[in-house]
Design a protein around this ligand. Sequence first.
Ligand SMILES: *[C@@H]1O[C@H](CO)[C@@H](O)[C@H](O)[C@H]1NC(C)=O
Ligand SMILES: CC(=O)N[C@H]1CO[C@H](CO)[C@@H](O)[C@@H]1O
Ligand SMILES: [Ca+2]
Ligand SMILES: [Ca+2]
Length: 567
Amino acid sequence: MFTRTLLGLITVVVALSAPGGSSDVDWWENAALYQIYPRSFQDSDGDGVGDLQGIASRLAYLKEIGITATWLSPVFASPMSDFGYDISDFKAIDPVFGTLDDFDEMIAKAKALGIKIILDFVPNHSSDECEWFEKSVNRQDGYDDFYVWHDGKLNEQTGAREPPSNWVSVFGGPQWTWNEVRQQYFLHQFQVKQPDMNFSSPMVREHLLEVLRFWLDRGVDGFRIDAVPHIFEYRNEDGSYPDEPLSGWSDNPDSYDYHDHVYTKDQPETVQLLYEWREFLEKYQEEHGGDSRVLLAEAYSPVETLSLYFGNGEQRGAQLPMNFQLMYLNGYSTAYDVKNSIDYWMQTMWAQHQTANWVVGNHDTNREADRMGAHKVDLLNVIVNALPGASVTYYGEEIGMANVATECTEISCDGRDGERTPMQWSPTKNAGFSTGSGTWLPVSEDYERYNVQTERGVARSTLQIFKGLQELKKSSAFQAFKTAGGFSYEAVSTHVFQIIRSNQLNEEYRIYVNLGNGIEVLNGLSDKVYEFVLLTSYSPRRLGELIDLRDRLVLMPYEAIVLRWSA
Ligand SMILES: *[C@@H]1O[C@H](CO)[C@@H](O)[C@H](O)[C@H]1NC(C)=O
Ligand SMILES: CC(=O)N[C@H]1CO[C@H](CO)[C@@H](O)[C@@H]1O
Ligand SMILES: [Ca+2]
Ligand SMILES: [Ca+2]
């Protein structure tokens, strides 16, 4: 079994590299993180769009369900062409979300409750309506090089001007767009309205450090860095840009999948930049005190690259390079698939750095209920929260929200709208999200069944199971995850996945998840007697009931259980 061989290795690594000889667990290592999509969390003024006062009014809920820190998708001034991922002023709150005063009040409330606030940091690009871009277009005040500009190439046959390279943007279509005023092409890895900044320019780097300092001074606990792999692009020494090779994955030349992104993703300079930012945060902490400020990195990159983003020898980068592997599971996934997804991370990241985090959703991906099936939401929530390390929950997954079929509206027409609909708080008007006459995206039709108020306190509801899991995360057995033998996981049959958490002393938890639609019978799993401490809705047991694992364990279809043994 892989865990055994790995544990030998871990002991060696710890002995060599534990900083200051201490193996204390920092807050983020085992944290319960929660992503808020601010437009859809809580509307305070009835305009149908979520806002900061709304978030502030719901922080007590995050406390109630055991959340350590929440990260907010962008709330900065923006023309909202990509709903805040196109920032026009990095140091201002967009009026739709409120004011800087609202922001400060939200932070003060969060501090009083002991909840950490992490902001989205979008360094790769700004909005084309950002003052920096306008200055760069007009070559003003030293902003000439602030973005990635190029004259383009002349076609030898036709003499026509063409983009500098064949690069395709993430959302499709060319990455280069001609600017009439400056008479040059500019680069945009995402939308045309999101020009990429030039990170080889010290001025850009300074401006963005200032942005970080601005929000740190207002009390934030860290940043989630957007689109990390896209920050740098490769450029030839003569200033030209090489074409990217075909990937073979797509026949459509306008599709992002058409090329293999060897020159526009995961360039070595990006790793160095993350180390710079981490150093900046550590220095800030030294000067101002308080807990560690964290960096979460959004990077759809191979785990070897993520490992470099985390650190290399003495150099430290993002504490939480986000692990999206479990998002690729679907309704057909077996226990072996689950194990493989986990192995992919553990065999590199855990083996090298003893760190783990598990993301199960975000605003770009269908919800769990749609990827896995509604009857498997609890199963995935159990797995994610029972694994060692930090868990990252997308708002609404803790109550089993599903995607909503949306039509184009005046405000939005984005293929990702379905997973961005209003949070379901209660079985009342607009699910308690807004008192307004309408909401920016429709509220799910099944909100009367899936909402916080209806699920709260109800045994085996998705919310109650989620809360139970957060309680477990605080137990000594779950805290002891860096101790040798503290955890293991395996597929004990095609459909049953097992996780063991132990403090190696007097407490052990066993988690069994049956992903299959049949009854599973397992024999001789352990030589101890356990108590049922957490049950999902398909479970015929009672809490507190005992089970001797020397005998057989019978699991119902889609049943997940947590067992506890104590000496
Ligand atoms: C980025 O800025 C640096 C420093 O100002 C400059 O040397 C370089 O040419 C710029 N790169 C691009 C792509 O504009
Ligand atoms: C998950 C996530 O944050 N995705 C964002 C990545 O960056 C692009 C461009 O900023 C956004 O459009 C995505 O929503
Ligand atoms: Ca509002
Ligand atoms: Ca870039």
